[in-house]
Write a protein that binds this ligand. Sequence first.
Ligand code: PGA
Length: 256
Amino acid sequence: MRKKIVAGNWKMNKTFAEGVELAREVNEYLRYKEGGEGVSVILGTPFIHLAKVAHNVTEPAIAVAAQNCATEKSGAYTGEISAEMVASTGAKHVILGHSERRNYYGETSEILVKKVARALENNLGIIFCVGEVLEERESGKHFEVVKAQLTEGLFNLSAEQFAHVVIAYEPVWAIGTGKTATPEQAQEMHAFIRSVVSTQYGQAVADETSILYGGSCNAKNADEIFSQPDVDGGLIGGASLKAADFFEIIKARARH
Ligand code: PGA
C-alpha cells in the first residue's frame, strides 16, 4: 500500500534556532498528541538545519529532507551542496524540481535528471515536483505540461529506481497564493499522473507511487483535498511553519 505522507517545505524561512525549535515542536506533537498515526512526516529544512534537526527528531514517523542538491558529485563548485553531503547529515530525502527552483534558478529537466541521479546514488528518496503555471491551465495545456515534466525528468529511471520517487503535484498558480486547486482539480491531475506512471512502469508501480498535492494546502482545506482517492498526502509550504497548523494537516491526512 502506498504511503500517506505530509511533507513540510520550509523554503528560505527560519533561522537556525527557530528551525530547531519548530522541529522540536513537531516532534512533540507526534509524540504526545493523538491523531497523526500512520502518516510519514517529512521536514524539508534549509541545508544548514539538516544535521541538527535530523539528529534531534526522535519520532520514527519523522524524516528530514533537503530542498535541493547539486548536479555534480563533488569538487570545485563554490556554494553548492552535494547529495552526498545531504545524506551525510542524516537527511533521507531531497525535494527536486520545485517550481521556485525551475522558475527563479533556471532548473531545466536536463539539470533535474542529473540531480535525481546524484540523489539516488546516495540513497536519498526524491520528492519530485511538477505543475503548470496559470496560463498553461487556462489554455488547457496542464496535462501536457505535467506529462512532459515527468517524462523528461524521471522516465530515464528503472522501475527499481523509480520506487524511490514521490511525486508532488503543485500547480504554480496555487503556491503561496491562498488559491488552492479544488479537490476535483487535484484528483483529476493526480489520477492523470498515476495513469502516466502506469503507462511507463506498469499499474503495480503506479499503485505504489505516492502523489502529494501542494499549493496553499492548510489546516482548513486539507480534509477535502486528502479525501480524494489519488491524493496520498501534501507538500506544505506556509502552513508547515507553525507546528500546530502542520499537525492539523497531519491529522487530516491520518483521517482519510
Ligand atoms: P504553499 O507552498 O503551501 O505555501 O503554497 C507549497 C510549496 O511550494 O511546496
